[in-house]
Write a protein that binds this ligand. Structure first.
Ligand code: ZN
Ligand code: ZN
Length: 359
């Protein structure tokens, strides 16, 4: 499994004419060699891969890591530079996305002057875009936990409880079911707070007539789930019902448009144009979705600015929304895998309007 992935990374190395490739990001390190700890560097040359870490992770690295050598350093950057110098590696590419500028400054200060540092972004992020079967298994499991947890918590979503209570109930249910950790701070945004696209659960109590947007996810074997449902607490006003129907239709149209070969910006436009035609274009400010895998937000961004093509095996979210300040909001989100002729939804909570009885 790791051999294929390392081979793909070496293609990038060859194309960029690099002596070495360095990976600082933990998700990509896990992807390329299996390490799940929280500190280390992966160094790839033409002939070998070397995992460098400190003494806290020595034992773990020996057990987990698929690499030709494991090196234990006392100090991260001096240890790394020493390794580069010993092997006479001069032209070095690295995953720029995950290296702090302050760390980069330390590195270049202690490096030999003739060393060249080549920041790489998209080619390295694209390595993980198309998921293998083992990755899809983990993503499916994580998505299934969302559905099971939601079913357990649904009876407790009633007028008078706080948004935070719902977030906590979901967290407990997900962890009891086997989730490793929360994918992010859960969003529970009810009533007027629904107009906040990232309205993290607050102390506000749910009231009859509220739309409640719940965006949550967990992690299984390192892979995340991400799903958003918008519910009605009893009868809602006509305007809210109208924007719900528009968002659901935009979501459905986008799901139908998912297929290999479509430009990602074009997919975004399917939902965006529909919402705009209904007069709410100004109230859908974010991209249609994002890649999901070992990171909750990863390549590719599904946005008007992404001109890459959708490929079979990519896992992305479809999450249109409408947010009306002072009134409320709706977002509906599924995570899907791109298949040969369309897509398969990994998340499984039904998305049609669910109206909670309030007697
Ligand atoms: Zn989400
Ligand atoms: Zn999302």
């Amino acid at each position: 499994m790791y051999l294929d992935r390392v081979r793909a990374a070496r293609e990038v190395q060859k194309k960029e004419k690099l002596d070495a490739l360095l990976f600082f990001g933990l998700p990509v390190i896990r992807y390329l060699c299996g390490f799940t700890g929280t500190d280390g560097v992966l160094l790839m040359t033409e002939s070998e891969s070397v995992f460098l870490t400190d003494s806290r992770y020595k034992q773990q690295a020996v057990e987990q890591v698929s690499a030709d050598r494991i090196v234990c350093y006392k100090n991260k950057f001096p240890g790394l530079i020493e390794e580069l110098k010993e092997q006479n590696l001069v032209r070095v590419g690295f995953d720029a996305e995950k290296l702090y500028v302050s760390d980069f400054n330390v590195l270049t200060k202690i490096a030999d002057e003739q060393m060249e540092w080549i920041p790489l972004d998209e080619p390295l992020r694209a390595l993980r875009a198309c998921k293998q079967e083992s990755e899809l298994d983990a993503l499916r499991k994580a998505a299934a936990l969302n559905k099971a947890a939601f079913e357990q918590v649904l009876p407790r979503i009633v007028p008078g409880v706080t948004e935070r209570f719902i977030a906590l109930e979901l967290e407990v249910a997900l962890k009891r079911l086997g989730g490793e950790c929360n994918a992010f701070d859960f969003i529970v945004a009810s009533g007027k707070r629904g107009a906040l696209p990232h309205g993290v659960a607050s102390g506000k109590t749910l009231e009859i007539g509220d739309l409640v947007t719940i965006d949550f996810g967990t992690r299984v074997d390192g892979y995340y789930s991400d799903e958003t449902i918008t519910l009605a607490l009893g009868e809602i006003d006509g305007k809210l019902r109208q924007i719900f129907d528009i968002v659901l239709k935009a979501h459905d149209l986008a799901l139908e448009a998912v297929r290999p070969g479509i430009e990602i910006c074009e997919l975004d436009a399917v939902a965006r144009n529909y919402i705009s035609k209904q007069g709410y274009g100004d109230y859908f400010g974010h991209g249609l979705g994002h890649g999901v895998g070992l990171e909750i937000h990863e390549y590719p961004a599904v946005s008007p600015r992404t001109d890459a093509l959708l490929e079979e095996g990519m896992v992305i979210t479809i999450e249109p929304g409408i947010y009306l300040p002072g009134i409320g909001g709706v977002r509906i989100e599924d995570t899907v895998v791109v298949t040969a002729d369309g897509c398969e939804a990994l998340t499984g909570i039904p998305k049609q309007l669910y109206q909670i009885e309030t007697v």
